[in-house]
Design a binder for this molecule. Structure first.
Ligand code: FES
Length: 113
């Protein structure tokens, strides 16, 4: 059974910013606030594995720090040189709490960059 787990406070992620949550399904996850809406994506670039939390957010895109691949945050679509979309996680926001859906055997621990 899948469930949502609180991973952050919305007030910690202002629009245009991201935080990193570690340890879910052994995948680090970036929680990104785009114009007040939160998205959760894998922290690993699908091109050569760069940590995307070291990249930049440009409008609705997350830009990889190594070779500048762009990922459209809303649907995780990749643009050159990356070819594969990012893994995406379901996010739910309730008042100031941000939750992500985790598998029943998943674990979370929180860290901020
Ligand atoms: S590792 Fe991200 S674009 Fe190459």
């Amino acid at each position: 059974m899948e469930e949502y787990q609180k991973v952050a406070s919305l007030s910690d992620i202002p629009p245009g910013k991201m935080i990193t949550v570690a340890g879910i399904d052994r995948v680090e996850i970036c929680i990104i606030n785009v114009d007040g809406k939160c998205f959760a994506v894998s922290n690993i670039c699908t091109h050569k594995g760069a940590p995307l939390n070291r990249g930049t957010i440009k409008g609705k895109y997350l830009v990889c720090p190594w070779h500048k691949a762009n990922f459209r945050i809303e649907d995780c679509k990749a643009f050159w040189p990356a070819e594969r979309s990012l893994r995406k996680f379901d996010v739910k926001v309730d008042q100031d709490s941000v939750y992500i859906k985790i598998p029943s055997n998943g674990k979370t621990s929180q860290s901020h960059d």
